[in-house]
Design a protein around this ligand. Structure first.
Ligand code: 1CP
Length: 322
């Protein structure tokens, strides 16, 4: 899950003096940071160190990741003219994606038999940053645009789908074994808006890796606060649904008709609870997840930066014991 590395002293040392997006585009550094939590926690898979805004940066968007804030745009994308300028940047080329492909290839070589998960942001979550100009609470400007000017919204989310889809595809072609599409902020949408204004673009993003599913490259789709959207999120073309910490996995499995593998669900807040409380929670998550066709044990959202890394190691060991 995002920012597992942030709680590690070796991550902070490696990142010293290097801006976030610069680190993402340095293949040797991105690879080293990806490997750090795998070495420490003995987890069964790695997630590539990058960020959902990396493809925007590669396409030429003025974006940076401000420490303690998150992705911030040079200017917000609000009008048809703004979107036309984005579309003029064109689709991402293999040449632009080369630092990502090289970082993945190096990482896969170093990981040996441990699989690497590649990832990208879903078009709505990217559009939420582009339209708001940075992080926001309820993504009001983005949700307004989809209703106030649906044509501009479609043009924006189609462009975002192709840029993020190309980023996802490049990671698989370079050796990633699975993909995860993060629609972190889709939980701010009602089901009707999701289906009408967001699902088509998410399906378009995932279509960029659809042919690779035949080689066993599974597509995980994750959002937060999306308990009411799970079925719609599966139906855009996902093989696995990531569930945050709000809905128990037996209930998520019921909503999905008992036929979809699940991922996630450990509540990050409990990482700082006394061990017996955390242990009982992990055991409960695994027991409920066992009702689904399969379950990839993971957190329900990012690792808080203050987490004691030894607790994460202990959780991984407990899950292996179970
Ligand atoms: O652990 C890892 O390093 C995995 C790589 C990873 C992933 C999968 C990073 C590195 N970012 C992401 C995805 C990501 N980025 C998401 C989707 C997952 C989620 O919901 O958490 C989102 C929403 C972002 C955007 C982002 N990037 C934020 C959130 C801001 C907001 O709007 O609340 C932040 C803080 C970042 C910066 C970032 N990305 C990654 C790291 C390690 C960091 C922190 C940089 C640092 O402080 O060192």
């Amino acid at each position: 899950m995002r920012q597992a590395g942030r709680s590690l002293p070796e991550y902070r040392a490696a990142r010293e003096g290097t801006a976030m997006l610069e680190a993402c585009l340095d293949p040797a550094l991105a690879s080293e940071i990806t490997l750090q939590p795998v070495r420490r926690h003995d987890v069964d898979a790695a997630i590539f160190f990058s960020d959902i805004v990396v493809p925007l940066k590669l396409a030429g968007v003025d974006v940076e990741i401000k420490p303690g804030v998150g992705p911030v745009m040079g200017s917000a994308v609000r009008t048809a003219e703004d979107v036309a300028r984005l579309r003029d940047l064109g689709p991402l080329t293999a040449e632009q994606l080369a630092p990502v492909a090289e970082g993945v290839a190096r990482t896969v070589a170093a990981l040996g038999s441990t699989p690497l998960i590649g990832f990208a942001g879903a078009p709505f979550t990217l559009a939420a940053y582009l339209v708001e100009g940075g992080p926001s609470r309820d993504h009001l400007a983005a949700r307004t645009l989809m209703h106030a000017d649906p044509e501009t919204w479609v043009a924006l989310t189609e462009w975002a789908a192709d840029v993020t889809g190309a980023f996802l595809r490049a990671q698989v072609l370079a050796g990633a074994s699975a993909t995860q599409l993060f629609d972190s902020w889709a939980g701010s949408l009602g089901l009707a808006d999701y289906v009408a204004h967001v699902a088509p673009a998410s399906a378009r993003a995932l279509s960029h890796v659809e042919d690779l599913a035949a080689d066993g490259v599974r597509r995980v789709h994750f959002g937060t606060g999306t308990s009411e959207l799970l079925v719609a999120m599966r139906d855009v073309g996902a093989d696995v649904i990531g569930v945050d910490y709000r809905l128990p996995l037996d209930e998520a499995n019921r909503r999905l008709g008992g036929r979809t593998p699940l991922q996630g669900n450990i509540d990050p807040a409990l990482l700082e609870a006394p061990w017996p409380v955390l242990e009982a929670h992990v055991r409960d998550v695994v027991a409920r997840g066992a009702q689904a066709p399969s379950h990839v044990v993971n957190l329900g959202h990012g690792v808080p930066p203050t987490t004691d890394p030894d607790v994460l190691t202990r959780v991984a060991r407990l899950v292996h014991e179970i």
